[in-house]
Structure formats: C-alpha cells, structure tokens
Design a protein around this ligand. Sequence first.
Ligand SMILES: [Cu+2]
Length: 379
Amino acid sequence: MTFLLKSTFISERLKMGGFPVLLFLLFVASTGHSQPREIHIKAVGGLQFDKVRFKAQPGEQLRIILTNADDMDHNMLFTKPGRREDVVEAATNMTDQGPELQFVPNTPDVLWASSVIGPGEADTLEFSVPQSEGIYPYVCTYPGHGIVMYGAMYVTTGDLPELARDEHIPPHRRGGSLGSDADIAHDHDQPKFKWHPYELIPPYWYRIFMPESGPASIAVNLDDSIFYCWDAGLCRLRYIWVDEFLDISQPWSIKGDASAKVLGEVVYREQDFPLDFGQEGLEVQYKGFKLIEGGFPEFYYTVGGIDVYELIRPVSSGQGIVRRFRIGEQARGFKFHSTSDSGVTFTSNRGSWNGTELHINEHGLIEIEIEMTWDEIKN
Ligand SMILES: [Cu+2]
C-alpha cells in the first residue's frame, strides 16, 4: 500500500522534470525504507516506567510501545525539554475535563501523548525525534502520578550522563534498578515500596482523592505540621489538620477511588462556601492555581464572574494559618462567613465582624488577610 502511493507520487513528479525527481529520490533513500525503531516501555507497579531513560538520534523515526503492566491506569506524554513540571501542573489543573481529555493538557509543551490505558492495555506513539539535541522528558499525568512517574529521552549523538547523577530521572531510580516493589501488585495491604525515599520539602501538594471532599481535591503540606485539603470542584477549603500529613499508599496502589488517609488531627472543618457577594446561586468556577511566595499554592476561581485569588500560608508563629483573599473589582463588597463552633479564632486586617460574619463594604480591588488560629492540640 505504502509502496503504491509512492510510485504514483514519483510518476507525477517525473512529468515535472529531473530536479524534483532527484530530490524526491534522495528523500525516499533516506527515510522511505527505514522502519521506525521500536522502544518498549512498561508502566509498572510503584508509579514508574520500567525504562527511565533512553537515547535517540536526532531526526530518527521512533515507535514507542507503551504497555501497562500495572494494576491501575496510566498515560505517557513527551514534553519539550524542561517542561515536565509545567505540564504536570497543567494536567493537575484540568479538574473536570481531565478524564475526557486523557489528562493531556492543551499546551504546546506537550509533544506527543498516549491515551490513558488500563491494566493489560497498550498504546503506541510514533514520531520523528526532534533535530535539536536535548533532554525530552516523558511523564504520566494521571492524577497524582506526575511527580514521581517520569523518564527522559536523550536526543543526542553523545553519551548519557552517569545514571547515579542523572537529574532527569526519578531519584529512586538512580541506583539502577526498579523501585524494588515487584510484589506490590499482589500485596495491596502491605506495600513494601516507599514512595518517596527522597525527602520532600514543604510546601508541597498532591492532587489526590481525599476523604470528606470532592474528586478534584488538593492536599497541601504547608510546613510539615499544618496541612489542608482544598476542593477544586467546589473551590473551597474543606479542612485543616495538624501533626502528620497523609498516608498515600492506598490511592496510588489501588485502581478506583480509594482516598488518601489523613494521619494527623483535624482542627477545622469549613461547613460552607465562605464568600458571600450578596446574591444567591452564583456560579463558582475553578481556574487553576499557581505556586507563589515561597511555593504556596494560590487558587484562582471566579464567583459569578468575580475574580477570587485565595492563598493559604502558616502563621509566622504559633498554631494557625493566614488566608489571603484578593477579590476582583467587579465585587461591590462582600461577607466572609466563618464556621462557628469550630474552636478556631478568626481575626482579619480589615472589615468588621458581626458575630461569625465579616463584612467588607469596600469597592474595587480588595486584598484581605484572615487569620485563623487554634490552641495547641495536646496528645
Ligand atoms: Cu501513571
């Protein structure tokens, strides 16, 4: 079939004189008869690709055969050099659209992407390797996987760096073997593999299934002692807890909607959407988040078209958090409803309190900080 098409093309070119034919024959000679080189990569237990790096020649044709040998869903995206983390963040911010779009964010940073494949399934990517040499990451953007499940395609005619010092592969793979969890797929109850043998420095976050929250939850570790769960579906804080962060072995090792386990003690649960712009039933829309001011997530959403940015940080001393809201100029004042009987003390740098309600009667851009503190939990 392919041959036939090429013959037709040549015969048409022949009518146009010798020069294009020569060019075309050169083209056929260089690429026409070479099959793409096949590279087999498996998604395996412990959120990893069995192959964490490989070398490719500039311009070479490749066929990547991705097989899912794990017991949960995965995908695989190649990104432009240095763009892996941005792509993972963009995938995280897809929320509701994510599953439909195979968790592939719409950004030019994504070069090629597979579909989400379930256990035992496979998908194939075929492409010409870029001419420009560089390190092209590949990553699984299934929720919660991107921070650990990745590898690197080295487009180079030179040598690869020493494995132990390769910054472009997951730290736990620099020893040269898989994450030594061969039996995790058969042993859900006692995962032997530690997900993060390297130290994570807060603030950091997981996009993960959380108890008492919607499917689009983000769990944030503020400072290793204060943590919160933010629901990106409803655009609101769900709860705050202290002492210890999460047990994440369950949602990462079992297919389905198992939740992470909150390890510490919950000190606050917010009962309702806290902002009141004086109108019922305003539509709340999640827009994404950005890491700012020391790596803390600032959430961006709209309420009836009014821009809201919410940043949560720990208080500088003691037990508590500061929530900074930046409200767009479309607002004509608003109220903040604190959850009563929560055992948490609320103070703010502007507005006036009326019981559990904070009234802000200002127009234009408003930036307000609300401090929430609690007594130390005694164990
Ligand atoms: Cu994955």
